[in-house]
Design a binder for this molecule. Structure first.
Ligand code: ATP
Length: 488
């Protein structure tokens, strides 16, 4: 399989097997394939051609999946826009991606000569006169996912048909999923994780996919009990919400075989608490949009090493290098660089940013990591999150790990704040478990026993919640702003 054209054929041949569902619709593979063909014929009739960009501004629902597949069927690229975006944010992505067609409603109304159609207007009956165009080439762009912009303006990551197809099979193989698996998709579809860990692997192996609307803990437990999925993929925040919920004690989660955690660091304490509360193995993985989503993941049936993000996915290679690009010795830290068929073609319209990120075919991740003798990767921190305290490098993730060893702490984030003498100092924002009475002096005393002075936060703020980006990751740039220091 070299391109996503494969799916259109496969889908139709799986007949009456259940395929995708949401709160409004449940489709078999045959019905889903027909809906994809009907939508592709419709999009073609309104002018979508190979190489065009189709934008979706839709919440998580079956129509969004149909649109993605329909765009790929036509050799077009899809760019899913966050439906909660303001007119300015959506306008930026639509302009930057040069999207000709929008499925959904552009906030503030359609702009320019762009064609906009509502998802309910998309044809649902197959058109017998329709003939699919030639399948796309592996190098054609299939997806334009936008980075969150925490390091500047959001950038469109060009993911080709070849690397999307590769990623799908590599994830399915690594997760050991088959036709009897059923994914509960809870993460937003404008981000890589939902597409590559839930949607496409299920389509590739003939499994089932249930798409839920906005996440809530109660909704999650009801969905697991009634829909009986075999796995789901979530970010650490969701595990923190599930674990601290009183509903978890009576939850019926027997159908789950495993769960995936990624997108941001998770503390060992939270991983343990979530595993014992849910009664399933949670495998931690690591990746970034520029590398299609997953680059390393702990195995399900081979050795799992807690605290690491596992081994490279089949077909990828991970090196840890110094500032000259040379590998550092095993066990030492350096920048994580990734090579393989998952590396993005580039950032759309940004040759300079691409050249700074993909060097000799290797993706420079901006993450600091360590490889052990068995090839398991640990993420130390992100280069841009590192705090330089009086010239000494301090990693917030290490301080966060120390803070979460306190039994009352649910989660926390450490960022650099300004200091007239030391330049930068660590500042902690901490969320405690409900019904606990932790005082910051007690936490400071706890830290005195486990970390050296440089790693002790100069301020500890006990807060109710941590700010999140739309994917649910802790929004460190906004925390940094609260400490009045700009992000590096
Ligand atoms: P932007 O690139 O605009 O800042 P973003 O960081 O949210 O946005 P993503 O591609 O979604 O973009 O995130 C990738 C980053 O998430 C990785 O580079 C890494 O820093 C972090 N990450 C992902 N998985 C893990 C993990 N298991 N442990 C620690 N960090 C992780």
């Amino acid at each position: 399989m070299t391109t996503l054209a494969y799916f259109a054929w496969e889908l139709a041949h799986r007949g009456d097997t259940p395929c995708v569902r949401d709160d409004h619709t449940a489709l078999t593979y045959r019905q889903f394939a027909d809906r994809v063909d009907a939508a592709a014929a419709h999009l073609q009739s309104i002018g979508v051609r190979r190489g065009d960009v189709v934008a979706t501004i839709l919440p998580n629902r079956v129509e969004l999946l149909v649109c993605l597949m329909a765009a790929w069927r036509l050799g077009a690229a899809a760019t899913p826009v966050n439906p909660a975006f303001t007119a300015t944010e959506a306008g930026y992505q639509l302009d930057d991606a040069d999207a000709r067609i929008v499925v959904g409603r552009t906030p503030g109304g359609p702009i320019g000569d762009r064609i906009e159609i509502g998802p309910e207007e998309l044809r649902t009956e197959p058109d017998t006169a329709w003939s699919a165009p030639e399948p796309p080439e592996p190098d054609d762009v299939a997806l334009l996912i936008y980075t969150s912009g925490s390091t500047g303006s959001p950038k469109g990551v060009e993911q080709t048909h070849g690397n999307v197809a590769y990623m799908t099979t590599a994830v399915a193989e690594h997760m050991e999923v088959g036709a009897d698996d059923h994914a509960l998709l809870i993460l937003p579809l404008f981000h890589s994780n939902a597409i590559f860990v839930s949607f496409l692997p299920m389509m590739a192996v003939g499994g089932r996919l249930s798409v839920t609307g906005t996440f809530s803990v109660r909704r999650f437990f009801t969905d697991v009990a009634t829909l009986r999925p075999t796995y789901f993929s979530a970010v650490p925040t969701i595990y923190a919400l599930l674990t601290s919920s009183p509903d978890i004690t009576d939850a019926d989660v027997d159908s789950l075989r495993f769960a995936i955690c990624g997108a941001a660091p998770i503390s060992k304490e939270l991983l343990d608490a979530a595993e014992s509360a849910l009664g399933v193995t949670i495998v931690e993985g690591y990746g970034l949009t520029e590398g299609k989503c997953v680059s390393a993941c702990n195995p399900r049936s081979d050795v799992r090493k807690l605290g690491t993000v596992g081994i490279p996915l089949p077909g990828q290679r991970i090196d840890v290098v110094d500032s000259t690009g040379a590998p550092v010795p095993t066990g030492e830290s350096g920048e994580v660089v990734i090579s393989g068929p998952n590396v993005m073609r580039g950032y759309l319209h940004r040759p300079d940013a691409t050249a700074a990120t993909v060097i000799d075919g290797r993706l420079h991740t901006g993450d600091i990591g360590v490889l052990d003798a068995d090839g398991y990767l640990s993420i130390v921190d992100r280069i841009k999150d590192m705090i330089i305290r009086g010239g000494e490098n301090v990693y917030p993730k290490e301080i966060e790990a120390a803070i979460t060893t306190h039994p009352d702490v649910l989660e926390c984030a450490v960022v650099g704040g300004p200091d007239p003498i030391l330049g930068e100092v660590p500042i902690a924002f901490v969320v405690t478990y409900p019904n606990t009475t932790l005082h910051r002096d007690e936490l400071a005393a706890h830290l005195r026993d486990i970390v050296t002075k440089a790693k002790r936060p100069t301020e500890i703020h006990l807060v109710d919640v941590l700010p999140r980006n739309p994917v649910g990751k802790i929004d460190k740039p906004s925390l940094r702003q609260q400490t009045r220091i700009p992000a590096r």
